[in-house]
Each structure stands twice: as structure tokens, then as C-alpha cells.
Design a protein around this ligand. Structure first.
Ligand code: DUC
Ligand code: ZN
Ligand code: ZN
Length: 486
């Protein structure tokens, strides 16, 4: 038989095109896109449905120990299962280095967690918190060659923060190795100063988290990170962008022709700082960094998705239960500085964006696919194996009912968090069948595959991480009196 599986009669949508055709799958890959394909080992009728590339959630935290020692609510089974139920077929979580750890050991440990449990495919970004000479000159270059081609650095948090000098060392290394640098851009000192003043004045409640993490702290650090990257001619991705000041800095840099990329997340479209002001400690469920802002900021984020400032929307799923294992690990009356930062969202990312973006006419279907799948594959060296529907690509498909109405509730979500920030939201559009490498992962509302059936994806060096070759005069030997510095 030519095909193991044929998906028939659906409308195939990619970031570029739309066509009504069948999809023929063999050995996990798409081998034909044509009308009237002969029967496969299995046929799925997708009449009236959209066939979308499975989502790629390129920023999520799974089974990660926070720097403060609090463990995520999700392991690689619950996290990837939840992702699959929402139409995501690839995740790129973080292998996070704590200070003093060898990166090689960190990567080894995360593989031990993921391999026996993941139900969809996964790659890893690294988190660099200890950029020693050995890490930058030996461990990281070797790991980049082995398929860990992106890493995140933090400009804030006591236990993660790197300073500008370290950032320049890291950028110089990334330029040489052509890896993608992701940055959490918030000004540490602004946050510290505001937090100290707030606590001194007795302002301890979760809502003050949003005050301490001022918009200007994000805007300043975003601009600084961009300037450092510009100095060394290194592409840079600003992650989880929430503040209009940051959006403006990214947009200006792009207009100037720099390879500066932006990522945002549903929480900055659907939530505001008012959510942190729910009764008692309930606001803790909405504490994440950067925090949700206000309605005007939400509009700026939507505009950034529409006009191409943002290349990608990820969940930043950082799951902590609302109990003593997670959000309340420091007690029921912990001050805002002692509440674990992060929200769940792996499962609802695509449905929320489809419903409010596509159905409400803010985004077209191609923008939706680009933002939720294709661009992430390109940014992180997984394209064209992932992120599109094309001959030769993995058969990772979300067969999507564009009219299915769903009310989001904790009971229907498959993660292990015990709450959803989107409780009661009504969305239109949901994946009914989800395929990963031609395997039916979700069907009839049930998980159909075994733990550990997802595979690790080594990432190629992304074209998007290649320097422009446009040096500022101080680093151009023809104009800096012959000094060769990078
Ligand atoms: N940064 C993240 O990327 N996720 C959760 C919290 C944070 O600060
Ligand atoms: Zn972050
Ligand atoms: Zn994150």
C-alpha cells in the first residue's frame, strides 16, 4: 500500500497557501498532497475541517526546577499530553542550568525526564545562568553542534541574572557559533528598588507584583539588550513581551534592519494586571513575569501580531499548582516577591488565538499558522521538517473544527496544574484529531499513544540566527584603526 494514512477532503492551510486536497502519509512523513489519493492503511475524513500544521510551542517550562527550588506541576507526560489536546505537536522546553552546574549534566538530566514520558516530539533550549569560560568556550559550542542551537538568558532574578559584560561575552560566542539567543528583558534594579519600597510600605499582596515589574523596566532592558546585540551584530529574540515600550523598541530596531525578533504570549492578550487583584491570594494564580498589563497594552500586542513585530506566540507555560507545592510554597500569606512566577497555557494557546484572532478577524489563517507553528520552526532550526504541510515534512497535523464551541474549564484541561487562568472563556475552534509523525495522538477526546512515544529533535543552526554582517564602526577594522575585536 502506498500510504499508511490518508487525510481526505480537508482544507490544507500553511503559512503561505490554502488548498483543498488529500494528505498522503508514509513512514511518518507527508509524501503526497493531491486530490483523490487511493485508500491508505487508514483514511480520516476531514470534510469541513481545516488541516493545520501541528502547533509548535517554543517557550514552555516542563519538569523544570525553579532557581528557588520549586518544581513545575507538569512532567513530560502531563505537559506534552496537554499540549497535544490543544493541537500542539512539538514543544521546546528549557534545560535550565543553575549556577555551578555543568551544562552537559543539565542536558543529560532533562533527557532522562523527557524520554520515557513525552507523547509528542520535543527539542530543548538551554538556560545559561553561569556563563563561565568553560561553559562559553567548551560546553556550549559542543552542545550547539549537537542540536541545542538556542538558549535563553535573564537580565533579572538574583539567581539567574547576567550583567551587561556577561551578555556581551555570550553574544560574542553566539555570533561565532550562530546560535539563537533568547532574552528575558526586565531591569533587575528597577524591580528590586520598587519591590523594596512596596514591601516597606506594607504592600505585600499579589497585585503589587505588577507594580514592581514596571513597564519601563521591561522597556529599558529590551532596549539595552537590543543595543548590546547591535554592537556585536548578533540576532536576538525578545521573549514573552508584554509592554508597549518593549514592542516599540523591537519595532524600531526591525525598521532599522536589525535581526531582532519578538515573542508574545496569550496572557498578554487575554489578562490584565486587574487579574492579580482578585480576592485573597487568588491573584497569585496570575503572577507571571513580565506581568499582564492593561487593555491598551493588549491592543498594542495585537497590533504587533498583525504587523509582524512578533514572529511567534508561545504559551510560556510555567505551571505551579495553587497550593503549598507551587504558588503558595512560602505560605498562604506570602508577599508578592515569594510567589512562584508563571501561568499554565500549553493546551489553550492555539484555541485562544484562533478564536480571538482568526474568528474575530484580527489575523488571517496564514498569520495564525505562521505565529503558532511555522515561524518557531524557522527560528529554531526545525523547518521544514516541522512547522509546515509539505511533501517530506513530518505528518504533524491538527485537524481543526473551526466552528466547535468550547468553554474552557479546569476540568477539561489535561495538565496537572489544577486551575486555568482562562476559566469560563468561550472559544470557537478546536482540534478534533491530532497527528504526530502520522500517529494519531488525539482522537475522540482521548489520548491514543503511549508515554515516551515522542522523540527528541536535534535543531539545525537557524538561518535567522546568522549575523547581518553589518558592523558598527567601532567594530569595523576599516574604520576603527585596524582593531579586530570579533
Ligand atoms: N520567565 C519565563 O520565561 N517564564 C516564567 C517566569 C519568567 O520569569
Ligand atoms: Zn522569562
Ligand atoms: Zn518562560
Amino acid at each position: 500500500m502506498t500510504y499508511d494514512l490518508v487525510v481526505r477532503n480537508g482544507t490544507v492551510v500553511t503559512a503561505a497557501d490554502m488548498s483543498r486536497c488529500d494528505v498522503g502519509v508514509k513512514d511518518g512523513r507527508i509524501i503526497a498532497l493531491a486530490n483523490d489519493l487511493p485508500p491508505g492503511g487508514r483514511d480520516i475524513d476531514a470534510n469541513g475541517k481545516l488541516i493545520l500544521p501541528g502547533g509548535i510551542d517554543s517557550h514552555c517550562h516542563i519538569e523544570q526546577m525553579s532557581a528557588a527550588g520549586i518544581v513545575n506541576a507538569d512532567d513530560f507526560y502531563s505537559g506534552t499530553m496537554s499540549a497535544a489536546f490543544g493541537g500542539t505537536t512539538t514543544v521546546i522546553p528549557f534545560a535550565a542550568q543553575h549556577r555551578g552546574q555543568s551544562l552537559r549534566d543539565v542536558v543529560h538530566d532533562y533527557h532522562l525526564c523527557a524520554e520515557p514520558k513525552a507523547v509528542i516530539d520535543y527539542a530543548f533550549h538551554l538556560i545559561i545562568s553561569d556563563p563561565t569560560e568553560d561553559v562559553l568556550q567548551r560546553e556550549l559550542p559542543a552542545l550547539i553542534q549537537e542540536g541545542y542551537t538556542s538558549f535563553k538568558v535573564y537580565l533579572t532574578y538574583d539567581l539567574l541574572k547576567i550583567d551587561d559584560y556577561q551578555m556581551l561575552d555570550i553574544l560574542a560566542m553566539a555570533r561565532r557559533e550562530q546560535a539563537m539567543v533568547m532574552v528575558h528583558a526586565e531591569n533587575h534594579e528597577i524591580i528590586q528598588w520598587l519591590s523594596t519600597r512596596l514591601l516597606e510600605a506594607g504592600h505585600r499582596a499579589p497585585k503589587y507584583h505588577a507594580v514592581a515589574h514596571a513597564r519601563l523596566a521591561e522597556g529599558e532592558a529590551t532596549n539595552r539588550a537590543i543595543r548590546l546585540a547591535e554592537l556585536l551584530d548578533v540576532p536576538l529574540l525578545l521573549v514573552h513581551v508584554s509592554a508597549p515600550e518593549a514592542v516599540e523598541a523591537i519595532r524600531t530596531a526591525q525598521t532599522y534592519g536589525l535581526k531582532i525578533y519578538g515573542e508574545t504570549c496569550p496572557q498578554y492578550l487575554f489578562l490584565t494586571a486587574q487579574d492579580l487583584d482578585r480576592p485573597g491570594m487568588d491573584g497569585a494564580m496570575f503572577c507571571c513575569s513580565p506581568p499582564p498589563r492593561d487593555e491598551a497594552a493588549q491592543e498594542v500586542i495585537w497590533r504587533g501580531l498583525q504587523n509582524g513585530t512578533f514572529q511567534v506566540i508561545s504559551s510560556d507555560h510555567a505551571p505551579y499548582r495553587f497550593d503549598s507545592t507551587g504558588k503558595l510554597a512560602h505560605g498562604e500569606d506570602a508577599d508578592f516577591k515569594h510567589i512562584a512566577n508563571g501561568l499554565p497555557g500549553l493546551e489553550v494557546r492555539l484555541p485562544l488565538l484562533f478564536s480571538e484572532g482568526v474568528k474575530k478577524g484580527r489575523l488571517d489563517l496564514h498569520q495564525f499558522v505562521a505565529l503558532t507553528s511555522t515561524n518557531a520552526a524557522k527560528l529554531y532550526g526545525l523547518h521544514p521538517r516541522k512547522g509546515t504541510i509539505a511533501v517530506g515534512a513530518d505528518a504533524d497535523l491538527a485537524i481543526w473544527d473551526p466552528d466547535k464551541e468550547v468553554t474552557i474549564s479546569t476540568e477539561m484541561i489535561h495538565d496537572n496544574v489544577g486551575y486555568t487562568p482562562y476559566e469560563g472563556y468561550q472559544v470557537t475552534g478546536w482540534p478534533v484529531t491530532v497527528l504526530s509523525r502520522g500517529r494519531v495522538v488525539i482522537e475522540d477526546g482521548e489520548l491514543q499513544v503511549e508515554r515516551g512515544s515522542g522523540v527528541f529533535l536535534p535543531c539545525a543552526l537557524p538561518d535567522m540566527a546568522r549575523p547581518l554582517g553589518r558592523r558598527v564602526s567601532e567594530l569595523n577594522p576599516e574604520r576603527n584603526f585596524g582593531a579586530k575585536l570579533i
